[in-house]
Design a protein around this ligand. Sequence first.
Ligand code: SF4
Length: 252
Amino acid sequence: MSDQPYFDVESKSRSLESATPQEIMAWALEFFGTSGKLCMLTSFQLGGMALLDILGKLEKDVPQDKRLPVLFIDTGFHFPETLAFRDEVVARYGLNLRNLTPIVDRELFKAIYGDDQLYYRNPQECCRVNKVAPREMALKGFNAEISALRRDSSPERANIQILSRRTDGSFQIHPLANWTRAQAMQYLKDNDVPIHPLHAKGYKTIGCFPTCCTIPVGEHAPERAGRWTGTGKTECGLHLVGQKQDTNDFAI
Ligand code: SF4
């Protein structure tokens, strides 16, 4: 991308390891935000809520329509509690929300795949159409994305960097990379931040409602044990850091 700022990404990322999430968010807003090409992706879980609270404080004097675009992937398969919580959080923080929808509507989806229960037969394909592709399409309008990934949440995420660059040249920013789940929880408690109601019902992470995609596992289970349990699938494919997701791959 021609309008990408140039700097040494690895060295900048290393220097941010000792910064707080607030400092990283402030840096990102200053460095990328003025270009209008920075966004944040969230599904309103623990880390995302911490970042949204930090963002709200940093942008308290910014009109809602000028605030950082906050992307939410509305797969069409969310729990009703997630959609209600999204709306509550948008109102509370005055978010500049961008609701991303699947690349095909439900009727066409059913016509292509026979029904809308592809998640049982081929969750990878279901995630590709309903989650990964809408996000990749949206990212074409940005050159940097903030998300709340943490290294301690799974082995697949253990090596994420605070700042990294994808092969398409865009930047990924993970202000909570070196935070633990306990630190995120403590931030929410200390700052009176609302928490997704399903966390209190044993859901450690919350994705789509089919039981093959998300189940409650209790507080002592690995954080992502309740996602696609028993299928071998551990990620929806959104956060394959550093790997280019070519939109042409999403043609169906
Ligand atoms: S999480 Fe499940 S329902 Fe949601 S897009 Fe992926 S496979 Fe489909």
